[in-house]
Design a protein around this ligand. Structure first.
Ligand code: GLU
Length: 419
């Protein structure tokens, strides 16, 4: 992103990906120049009363990349490494993701540099409420609608919704998605991202003529996305042989006994030490032999350094930005089929869109309706990406980005420049 404030490995990567797609599209130079950087960014100090009585000042961000297609949309991340450049990159990816799957939404992202695992419930609540108060004038159902991301969950969304509503003087459920169902959340939102990853793996397997019941999988990251993906894959008969989280990585050649494994993770908050598996060094996990590899943790995990060691047939990106452009090149030569992040993990924001629509209409759908509509949208996008990839002779990532960028660019050209 053009200026020094944005500089970070993630934002450089996001811009490089964008430039590749923009060049293939022969994109209008003026439009490209605008899309390379976000519309707006907010940096806020978040003073928080800690349990020992002291006040700690956290730094929070909300970046709004582009809203030409509709209100900004994207999660809030709590992680020690959060910075402006990373949030900017994540916001840009949200723009392409919403556009690719045809949602009337733009791209945004927020975050606080903190370690949520080290905060008490009280501290987490105080920090969340103050952060919400600080960004209050920049969010809203018609403006910018946050959601969960790494390190945040439905409880955090409930506090955001409550803080916003207290300021307005009435309940505003449409200000965030990923809320508990009791206060206007949607059925199926919690499972949506993982479920979407699995729907896309099912389409990819059909496309590659692979029998999923004979496939094995490895999942990096066992948060909401990784866990649901692993569980649903196992339910389809896929042998999930490896999994990791921040505690370490575990492996069982016969397949992890999923029900026990999920119970263990739930209870102990880690995968390390699970009695039904051996532990393996985290760095080796991605290079384990498997048919399907699912990175569902942070950015830039598959790089020029380790890409050559990957042994999977399908790489399904549950995380945002897990693969660097250098790695993309190597994976292409190896013939690995990539389901790119903006397609593979779009299930989350698709059901967020459903949640927002339900909140605005005060009319709620059944879980079956949600699942069916989610699958329909994702499958349509999958085949659109395959089509562009064939026609333009580009890989799946470039094809997905081309579709996402093109829709946004077209809308910008229609709307023109307000000066
Ligand atoms: N944080 C998720 C993502 O990266 C979901 C965003 C949303 O639901 O708005 O796609």
């Amino acid at each position: 992103m053009a200026t020094i404030e944005w500089r970070s490995p993630a934002s450089e990567m996001a811009v490089r990906q964008f430039d590749i797609a923009a060049e293939r599209l022969n994109l209008d130079k003026n439009v490209a120049g605008r899309l390379r950087r976000p519309d707006r960014a907010l940096i806020v100090s978040v003073p928080t009363r800690m349990d020992d009585g002291s006040v700690h000042v956290f730094t929070g961000y909300r970046v709004q990349h582009n809203d030409v297609l509709g209100p900004f949309k994207g999660g809030i991340r709590y992680h020690p490494d959060v910075n402006l450049g990373e949030v900017g990159a994540l916001a840009m990816w949200m723009t392409w993701k919403c556009s690719l799957v045809g949602l009337p939404l733009g791209g945004g992202k927020g975050g606080i540099a903190c370690d949520p695992k080290k905060l008490s419930r009280n501290e987490l609540q105080g920090m969340t409420r103050r952060y919400t108060a600080e960004i209050l004038n920049f969010i809203g159902p018609e403006v910018d609608i946050p959601a969960p991301d790494m390190g945040t969950n439905e409880q955090v969304m409930a506090w955001v919704m409550d803080t916003y509503s207290q300021h307005k003087g009435y309940a505003v459920p449409g200000v965030v998605t990923g809320k508990p169902v009791d206060i206007g959340g949607s059925l199926g939102r919690r499972e949506a991202t993982g479920r979407g990853v699995v729907y896309m793996i099912m389409e990819a397997a059909k496309h590659l003529e692979l029998d999923l019941a004979k496939c094995s999988a490895v999942v990096q990251g066992f948060g909401n996305v990784g866990l649901v993906t692993a569980r649903e894959l196992a339910a389809l008969g896929v042998k999930v042989v490896g999994a990791s989280d921040t505690s370490g990585a575990v492996w069982n050649a016969k397949g992890l006994p999923m029900a026990e494994f999920v119970l263990y993770k739930d209870k102990n908050k880690r995968v390390q030490g699970f009695p039904g598996a051996e532990s393996v060094p985290g760095a080796e996990l991605l290079e384990l032999k498997c048919d399907i590899l699912i990175p569902a943790a942070g950015e830039m995990q598959i790089t020029g350094e380790n890409a050559a060691g990957l042994k999977c047939k399908i790489l399904a990106e549950g995380a945002n930005g897990p693969t660097t452009p250098e790695a993309d090149q190597i994976l292409k030569e190896k013939g690995i089929f990539i389901i790119p992040d903006i397609l593979a993990n779009a299930g989350g924001v698709i059901v967020s869109y459903f949640e927002w629509v339900q909140d605005l209409q005060n009319f709620f759908w059944t879980e079956d309706e949600i699942r069916n509509r989610l699958r329909e949208i994702l499958n349509r996008a999958f085949h659109e990406v395959i089509g562009v990839s064939r026609r333009e002779k580009v890989d799946m990532r470039v094809a997905a980005l081309m579709i996402g960028v093109k829709r946004v660019a077209r809308a910008m050209l229609w709307r023109g420049l307000y000066a």
